[in-house]
Design a protein around this ligand. Sequence first.
Ligand SMILES: [Zn+2]
Length: 344
Amino acid sequence: MIQTTADRNWRRWRDRLTILAWAAAAGTAAETVPSATGALGFPELPQAKGSLTVTWYGVTTLLFDDGDTKVMIDGFFSRPKPPPLADDPAAWANMRATPELSRIERMIERAGLEGLAAITPVHSHFDHAMDLGLIAERTGAVVLGSESTANIARGADVPESRIRTVAERGEFRFGQFALSLIRSAHAPLADGGPPIPGTIDAPLRPPASLLDWKEGGSYSILVSHPAGTALVQGSAGYVKGALDGISADVVLLGIGGLDTLGEAHSHAYYAEIVTAVGAKCVLPIHWDDFFLPLGEIKLDGARVMLDWLQALADEDGATLATLPYGVAVEPFEDSCGLQTPDST
Ligand SMILES: [Zn+2]
């Protein structure tokens, strides 16, 4: 299924990426498990040389950094294990989970999050928003998001002066970054709607059930900067026409569960998110198994969703590439920044 261009790119980067993956695992991963370089079979972005970078820490946790200002999407490091009887809904409801403070503090240090300007999750499920309150409380970051997200922050004693809520749309500036939150939709994975639906209506003070991190509304997040614009779509849902008039160079595209939603949904999702903003670089995110330890990156689910995505990107003339775990990359050039001068 690998197309000619992807194949060529892949061979070009394979040797270099092996080294990068080991460097990433040794240098930045909290659990020193090497990331599965090229696990998806697509070229993986090389380490950045320029000023505006993005670093992926699994699921949809992303750090944007221009050297002066840092902004973070999600912030999920705790990785609670599922209950032993994972098929039993009662086991999920009864399980108590809590953010792992020592790991969060370690990651604040390793990822250089001190002085973080802002943190905003794609929605309030635990695999996105569980740790954002503590990260904000420790780093001084402003929290942006829904009322549910605000209640996660309040539960971690983030002061009200550092919480900004958004209903349908909001734009916020931090240094040279502009962050726009645009109401979107979660992947319709449960009876046409989000799993763990609803809102968090009071400060969430863990330990709590993983089911207490309710969705609370999903957002497309546009990260605009003079160096480039990235759209982060964490979950494979869309609102028709919601991104009309918006453009982006890169889409970080959540594909979790896409295989279960069918090919027609994938086509519509690609059109409403990637085609809508005219991006020619597509970086899949939320494809990894988030119950594995932090830094251990393995494909979660069927490859079929990646085959669909590759076909859609080919049809669209877009480049599909992957983000290495914990390595700052620079995808804001042509072909996701893969065509650097020393890439031949
Ligand atoms: Zn979710």
